[in-house]
Design a protein around this ligand. Structure first.
Ligand code: SF4
Ligand code: SF4
Length: 323
C-alpha cells in the first residue's frame, strides 16, 4: 500500500447513518468530471484545493490578510482599512490571487476559513479511520467513500479500500458512474456495497444539463445490476430536472427493464447547498429552488412503486458537513 498515490480529500465525517448500513464514516474525495448545477457538495467539484470562507464566523480581525503571501484581499493593497476582506467577501475577488496555500486558514482565530482538499496518503487515512473500528463492528457499519466522484481518484480509492477491508471494515462507495467503465469490474471486486446515484435515464438531457455523456453511467449501472455486488440506486429529486411524473415514469420503466429488481432509495432536494456554494464564492443556479416537499416525495415514491419499483427512504439528502 505504501506505493499507492496520495489522494485529495475534502472532508472526513464520522457518525453518519444515511450512507450505507450501520454507523459510518464518510470520506469525501475531491474532484468530479460532472457539472450538476444543483450539486449538494460544491467543494467536491474542482480537483484543486480551495478555501472556504464563512462570513458568519468572521470577526474581522484581519489575521488572514496579514498571513497571506499573495496579499489576497478584496480591492487590492491598501483597501483593508476601508474594506475588511472577510466582511466584503461577497465580491470574492481575493480568490483570483489565491493559491490555496492555507496560511490564512492556520492564522484565522475563528475558523472562518477552511482548506477543502488536503492531500492524504492512503495508509495514514486508513489508520485514522480504524480508530472507529469497534463502532463499525458493533453497529454493522463501516466506511463510505463519496465525493465529488470517488472513482476519479481510483488508485487512492482502491488502496484505502483494500487497507480497510484487510482490517475487516465494510467499505461502500457512492458514485454517479462518472468513470471509465473499465474500472467497474475492479470496483465490484474491491468494495462491499455500491451506492449508485442515478440522475436521469434520458442520456441526451443529462448531457445538456451536466455536460457529460451519461450513456456510460447508464451502461455501468446495467452491468452492476447484472452482477452480484450489493448495490443501492439512489435518486435525488431535483426540482424541474427529474422530479416530474414523466421523468419518474421513464426512470421506472428503465429500471424495470433491468436484469433484476432494483433497490431504490429516494432522497429529497434540500437547500443547504445554497449556503455552501456561497462559502466557496460561487453563484448557484438553484439558489431559489425550494426543498422537495414531503408530499412530493411521497407522490414520487407512490409513482415508482405503482410501476413495480420497490423504494426505500424518502428523506432529505445529507450533504458533506463541511463549510
Ligand atoms: S490560501 Fe494562501 S493565498 Fe489564498 S488567501 Fe489564504 S493565505 Fe492567501
Ligand atoms: S482571520 Fe478569520 S476572523 Fe480574522 S478577518 Fe480573516 S477570516 Fe475573518
Amino acid at each position: 500500500m505504501s506505493e499507492a498515490p496520495a489522494g485529495r480529500v475534502f472532508d472526513v465525517s464520522r457518525g453518519r447513518v444515511d450512507d450505507g448500513p450501520g454507523l459510518r464514516t464518510v470520506v469525501f474525495l475531491k474532484g468530479c468530471p460532472g457539472r450538476c448545477p444543483w450539486c449538494h457538495n460544491p467543494e467536491g467539484v474542482s480537483f484543486a484545493p480551495e478555501i472556504a470562507f464563512d462570513a458568519t464566523r468572521c470577526i474581522g480581525c484581519g489575521e488572514c490578510v496579514r498571513a497571506c503571501p499573495r496579499n489576497a484581499r478584496p480591492g487590492g493593497p491598501g483597501r483593508w482599512q476601508l474594506d475588511p476582506p472577510a466582511r466584503s467577501d461577497a465580491s470574492a475577488d481575493w480568490r483570483s490571487g489565491c493559491t490555496a496555500c492555507g496560511r490564512c486558514v492556520d492564522a484565522c482565530p475563528s475558523r472562518a476559513r477552511r482548506l477543502a482538499g488536503r492531500v492524504r496518503q492512503p495508509e495514514e487515512l486508513v489508520r485514522e479511520l480504524l480508530v472507529d473500528a469497534d463502532f463499525f463492528a458493533g453497529t454493522g457499519g463501516g466506511v463510505t467513500f463519496s465525493g465529488g466522484e470517488p472513482l476519479a481518484q481510483p488508485a487512492f480509492l482502491f488502496a484505502a479500500a483494500a487497507g480497510l477491508r484487510r482490517a475487516g471494515v465494510h467499505v461502500a462507495v457512492e458514485t454517479a458512474g462518472l468513470f471509465p467503465l473499465r474500472l467497474l469490474d475492479r470496483l465490484t471486486r474491491e468494495v462491499d456495497l455500491v451506492l449508485w446515484d442515478l440522475k436521469h435515464v434520458d442520456a441526451a438531457r443529462l448531457r445538456r444539463t451536466i455536460g457529460r455523456d451519461l450513456r456510460g453511467p447508464l451502461t455501468g449501472l446495467r452491468r452492476l445490476s447484472a452482477g452480484s455486488t450489493p448495490h443501492e440506486i439512489r435518486v435525488t429529486l431535483v426540482p424541474g430536472f427529474n422530479d416530474g411524473d414523466e421523468d419518474l415514469a421513464a426512470m421506472a420503466r428503465w429500471l424495470r427493464d433491468g436484469p433484476r429488481a432494483p433497490q431504490v432509495r429516494l432522497l429529497a432536494f434540500h437547500r443547504m447547498a445554497a449556503a455552501k456554494q456561497a462559502i466557496f464564492g460561487r453563484p448557484y443556479e438553484y439558489a431559489g429552488a425550494a426543498a422537495t416537499p414531503p408530499a412530493r416525495l411521497a407522490a414520487a415514491r407512490d409513482l415508482l412503486e405503482a410501476e413495480g419499483i420497490p423504494v426505500r427512504g424518502g428523506k432529505a439528502r445529507a450533504p458533506s458537513p463541511a463549510g
